[in-house]
Ligand binder design. Structure first.
Ligand SMILES: [Cu+2]
Length: 214
């Protein structure tokens, strides 16, 4: 069962794949034509019979024009369609994505200019511990690998957005509102939780440390 980032990572790969296919066709086409249609030494100039101010209709190719309109349109429609899925993974009711109430752990997360504050509630166990990183002075959240976490987000002042790049998870933290973000850490180690919404002078330093243990 995957909640949150996994679907985005899959999408990322699909978009990469299609970018490579489209890139090869477009750049290959351009390179080929740049050399193939170059005028050769001694060639009669203006073989296409072009006239200044006159559109060269005799070179029209309706089939080709339709192809380069229809194929990219279909590709974009397909990519738009598959992009809708992960959005519902992130915001769906957990029961709809196969997570029962007791199968996930909720962590309160509050953004403030310019740090993140975590709340493991009184349920604090090895599933969730908070602290301060001695080396950097940043707030720290310690969680367990392969546990489904639901972050309940809000803000004390302006809009912030925690971004966990390793799991493709990012959501707005809005003052006066509760939003949520699902993350299932599947790697151990220390990671940054950055702010992805410009929130003032020290926005670029608004980082917390996420430590994931086994
Ligand atoms: Cu911020």
């Amino acid at each position: 069962m995957d909640v949150g980032g996994a679907a985005y990572n899959e999408l990322f790969d699909i978009f990469w794949g299609w970018s490579i296919v489209v890139g090869i066709i477009v750049f290959g086409w351009q390179l080929h034509h740049s050399f193939f249609y170059r005028s050769k030494d001694g060639e009669v100039p203006n073989v296409d019979a072009l006239k200044v101010g006159e559109f060269p209709r005799h070179n029209d190719n309706l089939q080709l024009e339709l192809t380069w309109i229809i194929l990219p349109t279909l590709l974009i429609l397909y990519l738009t369609f598959i992009s809708l899925g992960p959005a519902s993974d992130v915001w769906a009711d957990p029961a709809d994505v196969g997570v029962e109430g007791e199968d996930y752990f909720e962590i309160g997360m509050t953004g403030q200019q310019w740090f993140w504050d975590f709340d493991c509630r009184e349920l604090s166990t090895d599933l969730c511990t908070t602290g301060v990183d001695e080396e950097t002075g940043l707030t720290k959240l310690i969680v367990k690998k392969d546990v489904v976490y639901r972050f309940n987000l809000t803000s004390e002042d302006v809009i912030h957005a925690p971004f966990l790049v390793q799991w493709g998870a990012k959501e707005d933290a809005v003052p006066g509102l509760y939003t949520s973000m699902w993350v299932t850490p599947d790697m151990t180690g220390e990671f940054f939780i950055d702010c992805a919404e410009f929130c003032g002078d020290d926005h670029s330093y608004m980082t917390a440390i996420l430590e994931v243990h086994v």
